[in-house]
Ligand binder design. Structure first.
Ligand code: PGA
Length: 253
């Protein structure tokens, strides 16, 4: 079976570098064996400290990687406040989350912007975790409507992308941070639909693109998703801020 990926998305947390390092070290101490990869995506401000801690963990880094939560589509130049993928890669960052629904909502990121971010990140050697997912009003119309919403996002976000290291995170908006996780059978059906919709060359190696489930995953329900053959792992927000909870999720993979 393909290796599962558990990705943490710390969002705008924690406040201090000290707390960030404490959390990172706790997560890194989990013996996760060979069956699972772990990616810890942290706010840019902590990337350097976390990367330094990571480099110091010689011998305990297997299966563990660092990720960023956002990226800009230009390498460098007059773009105040932005950070490009080359800069992230130079720090030792491997993954970048692109298109998270919170950025779509609060920063007004459009599919066209997301498409540019995906392309530039791939070009500069990052693995993209592209987030897609429908709002509640669409889910209420049924599975078909949700699938066609997500397919349309994928089409726009991946326009012109023929190959590259991409992972899709299916995150229904109504399930994020609400404690209202999607039903595992619905998540599995969406994962099948995504695998069909995304071209074979996109992803890692020759297998179909990896699909993670995200939205209120915790230590108690993680296994319900991760053990499904269609679902290749989880993108975890709130529960990734509690080391004990996140360790439980890693262990359930
Ligand atoms: P959540 O967030 O686990 O807190 O629901 C998931 C995400 O937004 O990536």
């Amino acid at each position: 079976m393909a290796k599962k990926l558990i990705a943490a998305n710390w969002k705008e947390n924690p406040i201090s570098e000290k707390d960030a390092l404490r959390l990172f070290r706790a997560v890194a101490s989990v013996r996760h064996g060979r069956a699972v990869d772990v990616a810890v995506c942290v706010p840019d401000i902590f990337l350097e400290a976390v990367a330094r801690a990571y480099r110091g963990m010689r011998g305990r880094r297997a299966g563990l990687s660092i990720g960023a939560e956002n990226v800009f589509w230009e390498e460098q130049g007059p773009f105040t406040g932005e950070i490009g993928p080359k800069t992230l890669a130079a720090l030792g960052v491997r993954y970048v989350i692109v298109g998270h629904s919170e950025r779509r909502r609060w920063m007004k990121e459009t599919d066209a912007m997301i498409n540019k971010k995906v392309k530039r990140s791939l070009k500069d050697g990052l693995t993209v975790i592209l987030c897609v997912g429908e709002p509640l009003a669409i889910r209420k119309k049924g599975r078909r409507a949700a699938e066609s919403f997500v397919k349309s996002q994928l089409k726009k976000d991946l326009q012109g992308v023929r190959k590259g290291s991409i992972i899709i995170a299916y995150e229904p908006i109504w399930a994020i941070g609400t404690g209202m996780a999607a039903r595992p059978e619905d998540a599995a059906a969406m994962a099948r639909c995504i695998k069909k919709a995304v071209p074979l060359a996109v992803g890692e190696g020759k297998s179909k693109v990896k699909v993670l489930y995200g939205g209120s995953v915790d230590g108690a329900n993680a296994r319900d998703y991760i053990q499904l053959k269609e679902i290749d792992g989880a993108l975890v927000g709130g529960a990734s801020l509690k080391a004990g909870e996140f360790k439980k999720i890693i262990k359930s993979a």
